[in-house]
Every structure is written in C-alpha cells, then in structure tokens.
Design a protein around this ligand. Structure first.
Ligand SMILES: *Cc1c(COP(=O)(O)O)cnc(C)c1O
Length: 507
C-alpha cells in the first residue's frame, strides 16, 4: 500500500476527514431509499429513451449525510471564529434575525400572492425603506438590487438615464479613485462609460486638486467610497460634491463601508446623489448560506425618478406595489430583479435595526471603529502602517516590515492559518504595496482581538528572527498545504470523469 501524504492509512488526521468526491464514493446500484419497482408502462419516449446507466453516484443515507456534513465543516465561517476580512465586513449575524425571518407569516409568503394578502410584508419593506432614508438623509431608496455590485449598477444606470433625459450625450467619462473597489470601475464600464482613475494623496484620500483638474463637460459623474478602502474617512466629500455638481456630474458614493459611520454621518448631508447600502455589511444579514444578498440604493431628488421598478406606495387603501409607471421615467431602468428584492434580507436587516434602535446602531459604528483602531495601535510597532492613524472600521498595513526578509504578505497569511486565524484581506487596496486590510467589526470581544494581536505579533517576531522557512512551509495543518493558486484559477478542473478503465487495470 502506498503511503499517502498525510501519513495515515485513511488520510484522516486529528478528526479532519479526507473527503473524496461524491462520485468517487458512490457505487452503481447502491441507494439510500427502497422504492417499489416501477410499473411496466409502454415507453412514450421513442428513440430518446436512455439506454445506459444514468451515472449518478449511489450512496446510502449515512454516506450522503456524512459527505455533506463534512463538506459544510470545510467552510470557515463567522460562526466558527474571527473573520477579519477587510472591506467585506464579516459581522456577526444575530440569531434574533433568523428567528424572525422564519416566522410562518413571512417565510411562507409567495411573491405572486395578491397584494391585499401581503400588506404586512409591504409595510415591512416600507418601514425598512424609511429607516434607510432616515439614516442616510436621502429622499428616496430603490429596494430591489440584489447586492452592492448590483446597487452600483442601479445607481450608475440612474445617472446615465438622468443625463440621457437631458439629451446630454457628451458625458462619456466616470472618475474613480485609484483605491476604489473593483466593482466601481467595472460598473462604470458595464454602463458604457470610460473610466478614469484619480490618484490618492499622501494621506490616502482622493487628491482633490487632481480631481478638480479632470472635471469637465465630458464627465458623467464620480464614484467615491467613503470611508474609503484604506479605512479612512474622505474629509473633502462636501467640496468634492460641490465641484462635481458645478461641472454638471453626479456624485456616486459607494456605501459598502456605511457600517463605520451609520448613526453618526448622514451621507445625504455630504451632497451625494446615490449610494448603495450592503445590508450584509452594515445591517448584519448573512453574506451567503442564508440566502442571496441585498443592496438597496438611496437616491437624491434628481435621480429618484430613475429608480428601478417596483416600489411600495401607501394610500388610503393600504400598501401597494408600483409595477408600471407612466411618463418619461417609465423605461429608464425597468426592473433589475425579479419581484421586489430579497424579502428575507429585508426582514433580517429590519430586525437588526429595530433591536438596536438608533442609539444602538450608532454605538455599533463606534465600536467597529474602536476595535479597528485598537488593532492598528497594537500592531503599528511591529507591522508597518502606510497612513498615520486613527482609522475608521479597518486597519491597513503594508509589507514594508517584511522588506529584505524573504517573507511575503501571502506567506504571513498562510502562517496565520496554522495559528487558527483566517487571514485578513491581502493585496487590496492596490494603492498600498503588499496590503493587509484588517476589519475586526464591532462584534469581536477584546479577548478575541488580543488573541489575534498576539498571533500577529508572534509572526512579526519570527520574521525578524529570520525564520523564513517557517513561513515558506505554511500552512502545515490544513488538509491541503500550498496550492498552485494560479493553475487553480486558470485551469480549474470542474468536471469529474470516471477513471480510464486501462489505468484501473494497471493499478
Ligand atoms: C463589498 C463591496 C462592494 C460590493 O458589494 P457586494 O455586495 O459584494 O456586491 C463594493 N464596494 C465596496 C467598497 C465593498 O466593500
């Protein structure tokens, strides 16, 4: 018998079980159920009747259960430990949200039910919309977009529609800072715009002078993330808004980091025209598993007429959904999403808002910023921070502290896994070399932050001692060690094929 790389006969180690593909475990004719023979009927499929075996893996019930349970355990999750991915805001999903979304009166609704039977659901959407407008200081909100990225699409489509309505076809450019999330330039390009990058200044903020110099009659608008992807507040928002408006453009704010300022800053007061809100970032809905995302977009009075369908209205007969509109705005954006958006996410987000209250949301933002600053302060002497603190909700480091050590940002991330910590976001934002972007969120305790800080300090110490090999060998304790990530991305093997019969015989 050949020894496997794990050194055990089964490949299992420390209760980490090797998990073959379901096709490799299955056997023809094995089944978890005992069905009666089908009655003999004359086939009506003509020549289309299957001749060979169907080729599905046959498994017993315990085999199937173990397979999927083990796969589920291979997913790292916020419920399993700290998940410090900067920019992603992996915050705790309160179980109260889950309890409410499972209430029969909400969970069993059908989107095609008559409106008269779903008054409560429409009221819920309307109430959430009201909270979002109040918290952002904006007059309108489009609830249906399915994520931050689709919210951006919604916002930029609205900007484009507003320019088109004025017959303005010369505005072909959208300005995007260098530090932008990749979705910003992608959205602008998807809407047919040319993307022009605006450099950052030495403080990690948009270079205001460079921005003003590029404004002109060819600019449709600007997209700025605030707080930005370096975890810093853009201090010049009001000035930027004025300049963009004076040049006839619209001001898109990427609100993915709203969790750092909710209850403290109303983006509407900063002069923005539209902003998407990631309910899974600021308002604690799950990123995955619990269902698809939701990215409502708040709109200024100038863009509100170009909101996508549908929206909830309230009249003397109760709540109703506007699904058709007359007039010029009718075909501007149409629908972006089936039905009215992600109802399950609306319920969770509203549960989070109402259980926290306005003061609780404000405190969550404050605690998120406090936690990030604690990490920044406790690691600044052993790692290297590109911008002086304080930061907002995420702490940014670069790789200058690794200079000359032979250890890379990636090596540090791999070594963290051996220490029981999921790595932070790496190599993003691009404006900083070898970036480490750490977002602890408000729900981490001081104890868990201290553990994380101790691990990072220990690793930095090892780098200093020149223990390069430790880093190059990491991770040691994962079921798979270093993978060829480039090959995996470029040439993914997505399809299982049965082993060739001659190869089987030779073994
Ligand atoms: C997460 C994020 C997005 C994209 O949001 P999704 O909901 O993942 O589509 C856009 N911009 C920034 C700054 C983000 O952090």
């Amino acid at each position: 018998m050949s020894t496997n790389p794990h050194g055990t006969i089964t490949g299992n180690r420390g209760l980490q079980l090797e998990e073959p593909l379901i096709f490799e475990q299955g056997a023809d004719g094995r089944s978890g159920v005992d069905l009666p023979e089908p009655p003999k009927v004359k086939s009506r499929l003509g020549g289309l009747e299957r001749q060979g075996a169907i080729g599905l893996p046959g498994l017993s019930e315990p085999q199937a259960i173990r397979h999927y349970t083990r796969l589920s355990q291979k997913n790292y999750a916020i419920d399993a430990g700290m998940y410090p991915l900067g920019s992603c805001t992996m915050k705790h999903n309160p179980r109260l949200n889950e309890k409410l979304v499972r209430l029969g009166g909400l969970a069993d609704l059908h989107p095609l039910q008559p409106v008269s039977t779903v008054q409560g659901a429409l009221e819920l959407i309307d109430t959430l919309a009201h909270w979002l407008k109040t918290l952002t200081g904006m007059p309108a909100v489009a609830m249906s977009p399915a994520a931050g990225a689709q919210g951006e699409l919604c916002g930029v489509m609205a900007m484009k529609a507003a320019h088109d309505a004025k017959g303005n076809s010369k505005r072909v450019r959208i300005l995007v800072p260098e530090s932008a999330h990749g979705t910003n330039p992608a959205t602008a390009a998807a809407c047919g715009y040319q993307v022009e990058a605006i450099p950052a200044d030495a403080r990690g903020r948009v270079d205001l002078a460079a921005l003003k110099a590029r404004l002109g009659p060819d600019v449709a608008g600007i997209m700025i993330t605030n707080p930005n992807t370096c975890g810093l507040f853009e201090n010049d928002m009001i000035e930027i808004g004025r300049a963009v408006h004076a040049a006839g453009g619209f001001f898109y704010c990427d609100g993915a980091n709203f969790n750092a300022i909710v209850g403290r800053v109303r983006p509407g007061d900063l002069g923005i025209d539209c902003m998407h809100i990631n309910l899974h970032k600021t308002f604690s809905t799950p990123h995955g598993g619990g269902g698809p995302g939701s990215g409502p977009v708040v709109l200024s009075a100038a863009l509100a007429p170009y909101a996508p369908l549908p929206w909830v209205v309230h009249g003397k007969d109760g709540f109703a959904l506007v699904e058709q509109t007359e007039g010029t705005a009718r075909s501007a954006t149409g629908r972006l999403k089936a039905f009215h958006g992600q109802m399950g996410m609306f319920v969770r987000a509203l549960a989070y808002m109402m259980s926290h209250g306005a003061d609780g949301l404000r405190q969550a933002a404050g605690d998120a910023v406090l936690n990030a600053n604690y990490v920044l302060a406790r690691l600044s002497d052993v790692m290297s921070a590109p911008f002086p603190g304080p930061c907002m909700h995420e702490a940014l480091f670069d790789d200058r502290f690794l200079n000359g050590s032979g250890v890379s940002t990636l090596d540090i991330a791999k070594a963290m896994i051996d220490e029981g910590f999921h790595p932070m976001t790496m190599y993003f934002p691009l404006v900083v070399h070898g970036a480490f972007l750490i977002e602890p969120t408000e729900s981490e305790s001081k104890a868990s932050l201290d553990q994380f800080i101790a691990v990072m300090r220990g690793l930095a110490e090892r780098v200093k001692k020149g223990d390069t090999d430790h880093f190059h060998q990491a991770p040691r304790y994962t079921p798979r060690r270093r993978l060829d990530e480039t090959q995996a991305a470029r040439k993914p093997v997505l399809r299982w094929r049965p082993p060739a019969p001659d190869k089987q015989a030779a073994e």
